[in-house]
Design a protein around this ligand. Structure first.
Ligand code: HEC
Length: 142
């Protein structure tokens, strides 16, 4: 009988701990909350490092490389994220094709999709499993 009461209390405490924990971890503004995937953050950095010297810091284009981020965006011809990945991972950087790791190509492609407002959710992680289903031949209004 006594044991049952103790277990009951533990159960309630455990439930309360869980209930109070999840909103806290979700709403802490600075460090706790996830506003975008690690992949997207990494892609932004990699773009500056590996692509910006030809395509511009914001992807706006330079005399060497065409704009990759603008309105309307120039990625519709690739149809889906998979199409863009295939092109970029084979052909870019123009002077060193295939020199990034596969995960790095996914990251820059994620950055390009997001910068053109084509990513359904900043927290989504792109890869072979969902790349076909994320369309690039749509044009968000300015
Ligand atoms: C040395 C300069 C250079 C670098 C570095 C470079 N690019 Fe390019 N990029 C180009 C040029 C030039 C073209 C046009 C190629 C063509 O028309 O055949 C191009 C074309 C592209 C296109 C096609 C654009 C369109 O309108 O279809 C994409 C996408 C692209 N680059 C992505 C990237 C990414 C991502 C990186 C970094 C991993 C990168 N590029 C690095 C020079 C560069």
């Amino acid at each position: 009988m006594k044991i049952a009461v103790v277990w009951g209390l533990c159960f309630i405490c455990g439930g309360m701990a869980l209930a109070t924990q999840s909103p806290l971890t979700q709403s802490t503004p600075s460090s706790g909350s996830v506003v975008e995937s690690a992949q997207l953050a990494k892609g932004r950095e990699l773009f500056k490092e590996k692509c910006a010297r030809c395509h511009g810091q914001q992807g706006q284009g330079t005399r060497i490389g065409p704009a990759l981020v603008r309105t309307p965006h120039p990625l519709g011809g690739y149809k889906t994220v998979a199409g863009l990945f295939n092109y970029v991972s084979k052909a870019m950087p123009f002077d060193a094709p295939g020199s990034l790791k596969e995960e790095e190509y996914w990251a820059v492609v994620t950055f390009l999709a997001d910068a053109n407002r084509l990513l359904p959710d900043k927290k989504v992680t792109l890869g072979p499993a969902n790349a076909e289903s994320i369309r690039l031949d749509i044009y968000p209004s300015p």
